[in-house]
Design a protein around this ligand. Structure first.
Ligand code: GDP
Length: 298
């Protein structure tokens, strides 16, 4: 059976589902470029990035007749070109413990991502410690404990409402004592009170630097792909609150709006360390630009 229209990739939507044998060739003219732009914008690529992509596609080809397959390949290769420089797994340093601060708004998937990452690092033979630094959300702490059990990783907690920086300090001590390879620190994501959050994050950083002036070694920003263009604002905001070193994009399984990754790469150039593709422990993949571009263009 033919898939529902919304299941068609971008170019599929532009051309409809014509069989390859009678595949129409269409002129790459202003009308076609405009339709492409609209499609890219509808997939959350943002106006600037969509215009850049279509301009690159048209370069040297304007007025030529192209099949849907050619358009698809052209679009996919433009997207791949933007995404390739940002596809980088989380760098692992010889430094023990490597301190990974995890930031992002509540609901973005921080807890889940920490659990998945912990499990991957355990599988790679690393000793991991998690600090449940969102001490204001009891539910987040409990969730993290569940993930810690699943990944077989100790989770340090502190009483509700206590100072996350003091927990981070204790976690540094424990990670050092245990000879842990990695310490992942969850943080609060209450954007309603930015000044407080900024001070909280800054204090965590100050405190862990007392133990290791080079920490945190990574500051991961977790973003929810289903929030679309809002993800761009979140990067802006969190770059002001913390020294974001890389991104994890969650919930790419449930959205046709993955185009926001292209906008993010185009605008910020921050590494995309991993993508969340489901709620289970193994649902965290390395970001593969070609596969992503193919899935997006359809
Ligand atoms: P936090 O508030 O940032 O810690 O967010 P959570 O880790 O608690 O995640 C919020 C919700 O998103 C939970 O219901 C998760 O199961 C779900 N979630 C997280 N990552 C993914 C993902 O990659 N795909 C899907 N479908 N759901 C996810």
């Amino acid at each position: 059976p033919a898939p529902a229209p919304e299941k068609l990739g971008l170019v599929g939507r532009l051309f409809g589902r014509s069989a390859p044998a009678n595949e129409p060739r269409r002129e790459l003219d202003d009308e076609m470029l405009e339709s492409l732009e609209e499609l890219l914008i509808s997939a959350d690529m943002g106006v600037d990035t969509a215009l850049r992509v279509t301009a690159n596609m048209a370069e040297g080809r304007f007025g030529k007749k192209l099949s849907s397959r050619e358009i698809k390949e052209l679009l996919a290769s433009e997207i791949t070109r933007i995404m390739e420089p940002v596809a980088k797994p989380l760098p692992i340093y010889p430094k023990k413990p490597q301190v990974v601060l995890v930031v992002g708004v509540n609901g973005s998937g921080k807890t889940t991502t920490i659990g998945k990452l912990a499990s991957q690092f355990r599988a790679a033979g690393k000793n991991v410690v998690i600090a449940a630094g969102d001490t204001f959300r009891a539910a987040a702490v409990e969730q993290l404990q569940v993930w810690g059990e699943r990944a077989n990783v100790p989770v340090l907690t502190a009483p509700e409402g206590s100072d996350p920086a003091s927990l981070a300090f204790d976690a540094m001590t424990k990670a050092e004592e245990d000879g842990a390879d990695l310490l992942m620190i969850d943080t609060a994501g209450r954007l309603q009170n930015r000044a407080d959050l900024m001070e909280e994050l800054a204090k965590i950083v100050r405190v862990i630097r007392k133990k290791d002036p080079s920490a945190p070694h990574n500051t991961l920003l977790v973003l929810d792909a289903t929030t679309g263009q809002n993800a761009l604002n979140q990067v802006d905001t969190f770059q002001k609150l913390a020294d974001v070193s890389g991104l994890v994009m969650t919930k790419l399984d449930g959205t046709a709006k993955g185009g926001v990754l292209v906008a993010l790469a185009d605008r910020f150039g921050l590494p995309i360390h991993a993508i969340g593709v489901g709620e289970q422990i193994d649902d965290l993949d390395a970001f593969d630009p070609e596969e992503f571009a193919k899935a997006l263009t359809g």
